[in-house]
Ligand binder design. Structure first.
Ligand SMILES: Cc1ncc(C[n+]2csc(CCOP(=O)(O)OP(=O)(O)O)c2C)c(N)n1
Ligand SMILES: [Mg+2]
Length: 578
């Protein structure tokens, strides 16, 4: 097939596709459908875009999420109502986690809507456009393209999605899709060059004056690096600021792995009373906390709301404004706010003008700890993650799903060059399996290590087939404990005989899934002992294709009675260390 290229007189659907492709996005995740055929065909025929046929729309949304985290943006495409509604939990997660995904949806023709047709995929009541509201709350901007508005509307949604790092909803009806756009098409530039909002000159001057004044009187400042620094691709700007000022920094769960965990100024992850090493002392004892990016002070980020941050000591640089004396966890209102102020401008300016500090001495957990458990012992959560921690190497990207695996994986200390992705705020189980596909496609030079609980896997495991179909080569570590383990822990149950029925899973033979789903040349195995797990990891590393390691954990040891030190790092449930 001769592929289409961008042209100067496109139809509405061709224009939408060529305008998004101009951002440099290479893959589209979706499920086809009759109302979306114009979109499906336009994508398939467009030079430079590859359609990734997903196992369902929720998985497609999770894959787009994973892709956009790495690539900067992604395209998701679904069909009217049944498809877009099925994607919704994933798209909403992108909004919570600040991930720009363009959700391209095909809808019945405007004529059908005017004629109040009783159509499939509707309630059969003739009201075809009543479903807009649920999409609008999942996006930061929504557009209903027509020949007249397609050009300005595409500019608006691209600007908003990339400025706010959130999803945009773009609906195209089957009739408007084929009509030529009115006006002069915009050529577009790659993602990194797309202009987003700019700082107001007076507001940023005032914000910088206020921040600098506070820094000049501070003796023990600390930087909290929020996840949005990564979403806006500002890691090198932050590193420059750290180097220039010598201020130590802490991550939070959501910004895990965003900067190197071997950085000399890295004190560890701040998580209220569940923080380890000197993190809590340094962060909560600081006389000035510079929250760069706007930490989301949720339960998981604050050790169950135990973070003790006096709002008067905190300056928060959100992506688009600055608040002095404010922290969401304490409900502080802020002494002063400034905006619009772009966080990048603040980082760059502070690097030039902020005072320098002598970095205090601090200790942090050494990595990796010796892996507990004898070779012939059964694998446990603790022995598994300590071995995985030793196994990681530069070029790996860990993708962790919600469940015990996320808590344990988040506590690993990552070697330099290892990235980490999870959906800690949205917390939807099954995300990991589907997101791993997008993460892998967005940067094939890295090896994805997916850690996934069995319960979460049962929600999205059919995406294994999609991985095989597109030749993705992750190493999947599947934790088979037969239950929704984290739920039993939250319920306070440590007795395997008392596991609630609602937490008991159907017993699958997980390591046989890849073969059944048509994956070729996968290395698949199930392991029970530490030695078997080590061997499987080594084989997986050497294997050129994908690997699937099912770890038979059993649920006998929900909460070990005497947690060794490593368990503290995994579950972070213990009291803070002195
Ligand atoms: C989509 C969704 N449904 C339900 C939940 C509630 N939930 C949170 S963790 C969890 C269990 C995860 O079990 P599993 O993946 O087996 O991991 P384990 O804790 O056993 O290691 C459930 C059901 C959720 N977070 N997301
Ligand atoms: Mg489980």
């Amino acid at each position: 097939m001769v592929k289409k290229v961008a042209n100067s007189n496109p139809s509405v659907v061709d224009y939408a596709v060529q305008r998004l492709a101009a951002l440099g996005i290479k893959h589209v995740f979706g499920v086809a459908g009759d109302f979306a055929f114009p979109i499906n065909i336009a994508i398939e025929e467009f030079d430079g875009l590859t359609w990734i046929n997903c196992s369902n729309e929720l998985n497609a949304a999770y894959s787009a999420d994973g892709y956009a985290r790495i690539y900067g943006a992604a395209i998701l495409s679904t069909t009217y109502n049944v498809g877009e509604a099925a994607a919704l939990a994933g798209v909403m997660g992108c909004k919570a986690e600040r991930v720009p995904v363009f959700h391209l949806v095909g809808a019945p023709s405007a004529r059908m809507t005017r004629n109040r047709r009783h159509m499939h995929h509707s309630y059969g009541d003739g009201n075809l456009d009543q479903f807009r509201s649920y999409n609008e709350v999942s996006a930061c901007a929504s557009a209903y393209l027509t020949p007249q508005n397609a050009i300005p509307e595409m500019e608006r949604v691209i600007f908003e999605a990339l400025s706010q790092r959130m999803p945009a909803y773009i609906q195209i009806t089957t009739d408007h899709a084929m009509m030529p756009v009115v006006g002069t098409p915009v050529h577009g530039v790659p993602l990194a060059e797309v202009p987003t909002f700019s700082s107001d000159a007076q507001e940023i001057d005032a914000a910088l004056t206020a921040i600098t004044a506070r820094l000049e009187t501070a003796h023990s400042p600390v930087i909290l690096a929020a996840f949005t620094i990564g979403r806006y691709g500002l890691q090198s700007e932050l590193e420059a600021l750290l180097t220039a000022t010598g201020i130590p920094f802490a991550a939070t769960g959501m910004s895990k792995g965003m900067l190197s965990e071997s950085h000399p100024l890295y004190v560890g992850q701040h998580n209220g009373e569940s923080s380890l090493g000197d993190v809590r002392k340094i962060v909560e004892g600081a006389d000035l906390v510079l929250d760069l990016g706007g930490v989301v002070y949720s339960d998981a980020e604050t050790g169950g709301y135990s973070a003790d941050l006096d709002s008067s000591k905190v300056i928060t640089v959100y992506p688009d404004h600055v608040e002095i004396g404010s922290v969401a966890v304490t409900g502080g209102r802020g002494e002063a706010t400034y905006g619009p102020v772009h966080i990048k401008d603040v980082l760059v300016a502070l690097t030039k003008q902020a005072p320098t500090f002598s970095t205090p001495a601090f200790s942090r957990p050494a990595s990796p700890l010796p892996a507990p458990g004898a070779p012939g012992d059964p694998v446990t959560d603790v022995s598994l993650f300590s071995r995985l921690e030793q196994f990681l190497e530069s070029g790996d990207t860990v993708v962790a799903d919600t469940g015990t695996c996320d808590i344990a994986a988040t506590a690993m200390l990552l070697p330099d060059g290892v990235h980490f992705e999870h959906a800690q705020l949205w917390g939807c189980i099954g995300w990991g399996t589907a997101a791993a596909l997008g993460v892998a496609l967005a940067d094939p030079s890295r090896r994805v290590i997916l850690v996934q609980g069995d319960g979460g896997h049962q929600l999205t495991a059919n995406h294994i087939g999609t991985m095989g179909h597109y030749g993705i080569n992750p190493i999947i570590v599947l934790l088979n404990n037969g239950i929704f383990g984290i739920e039993e822990i939250v319920l306070g149950n440590s007795n395997p005989d008392k596991i609630r029925n609602f937490d008991r899973l159907a017993q699958w033979q997980y390591h046989k899934l890849p073969e059944a789903m048509g994956c070729r040349d996968w290395y698949c195995t199930s392991v029970q002992t530490n030695a078997e797990f080590n061997t499987a990891l080594e084989k997986a590393r050497k294997h050129p294709g994908a690997a699937y390691i099912e770890v038979l954990l059993g649920c006998e040891k929900l909460v070990p009675a005497e947690p060794p030190d490593f368990l503290d790092r995994i579950y972070q449930t213990g009291p803070p260390k002195a």
